[in-house]
Design a protein around this ligand. Sequence first.
Ligand SMILES: Cc1cc2nc3c(=O)[nH]c(=O)nc-3n(C[C@H](O)[C@H](O)[C@H](O)COP(=O)(O)OP(=O)(O)OC[C@H]3O[C@@H](n4cnc5c(N)ncnc54)[C@H](O)[C@@H]3O)c2cc1C
Length: 387
Amino acid sequence: MDRFDISIIGGGVIGLAVARTLSTDLRFANKSFVILEQEAQFGQHISSRNSEVIHAGIYYPEDSLKARLCVRGKALLYDYCQKHDIAHKRCGKLIVASDKERDALLALQQQALRNGVSDLELLTAADVRQREPDIKCDLALFSPSSGIVDSHQLMATLLHESEAAGALFARQTRVSGIEFTGKEFLIDTVNTAESGAENYRFASAAIVNCAGLFADKVLAMFDGADQSRLSTTQRPAIHFCKGDYFSYTGAARLNHLVYPMPEANTVGLGIHATIDLGGGIRFGPDAEYVESLDYDIDARKKTTFANAIRRYLPSIKEDDLQPAYSGIRPKLSAAGEAARDFVLLNAAGYELGTDNSRVIHLMGIESPGLTSSLALAEMLADRLSLE
Ligand SMILES: Cc1cc2nc3c(=O)[nH]c(=O)nc-3n(C[C@H](O)[C@H](O)[C@H](O)COP(=O)(O)OP(=O)(O)OC[C@H]3O[C@@H](n4cnc5c(N)ncnc54)[C@H](O)[C@@H]3O)c2cc1C
């Protein structure tokens, strides 16, 4: 039977960042790695369906993994992009508010400070007009360290580095079951390219679950392994929360990312404007809990989008908006529940705490996961044990 030291389930930005970081870390020298991805290409799900924003780390509760990994991940990501010539831009971001939202905006600035983000500037309406003539607001926070990145190029580079360090990328390979022999894990996979293809089974000493929207399904595969003690009701479940995007074809131009104040329940950051590396503008995502994986866009949402955007871009017309794409957030909180942090679990499904583990499940890696990817991988390298 084939054997790998470390199996990484999922070839999105998180799995690829973990593969790249572990395979180039001297502590894992001479170890063998496989990345198991059910699709024909890397990053077909959450990682290619997001805003591609490098977040500063403003919104999240202090000391949360989201806050710490976002701030550290931002620095690592800018360095990585520069070193590997990955297209990116430190374009900065405006969080725009009305006079009525002043206190909430100032509270955001304090939150950012507690998270170690000390470069936010408070701008007047006139300051904003100078930077963005088409934007209307009473005041704003400017975040100079926010930016954008070409996520496809980022993932391609992470994969290239992992493969150069000896990792195997097994595409069209879906993990379908996991057994524990008492010594090692036996992983069953199905070839998704051919119907009725035979299972391929191999052994692995350690496993990192980076399956994104399906991380809870992979966690459930450990039920058969005798380490799994946490009951299904105690175990975190992933809830799908969809966001649609519309591209903009109107005459206004933007130089910065423009965000409204975040939604009160923090399900999403509000329908914001992102610019892409070619200067194009898109709006989104909204937030809607859904039952199934369906990336269709509801074109009827145009009116709701235009109304939300008009608050900061008064010239917007419904006809300026065209359905673009959608993405799905892997939320640990169900509709109406309080926002949750990223969670790391051990084989048995318990929160990792201070122990190291040879199985680590990464759960609820929603935004700012892209920004945090290299920091999360760095943390994994400290926490993954082969014994
Ligand atoms: C609408 C939206 C906007 C966002 N905007 C931003 C942003 O601007 N900035 C930011 O920092 N973050 C953002 N994020 C978050 C960021 O995109 C995610 O945190 C990140 O992409 C998650 O990557 P992942 O690798 O965990 O998931 P994925 O990219 O989904 O990768 C998981 C992979 O696992 C594979 N897989 C699943 N089950 C199996 C199995 N059994 N066998 C084999 N393979 C399997 C899947 O096919 C998939 O390719 C956003 C997310 C959404 C949804």
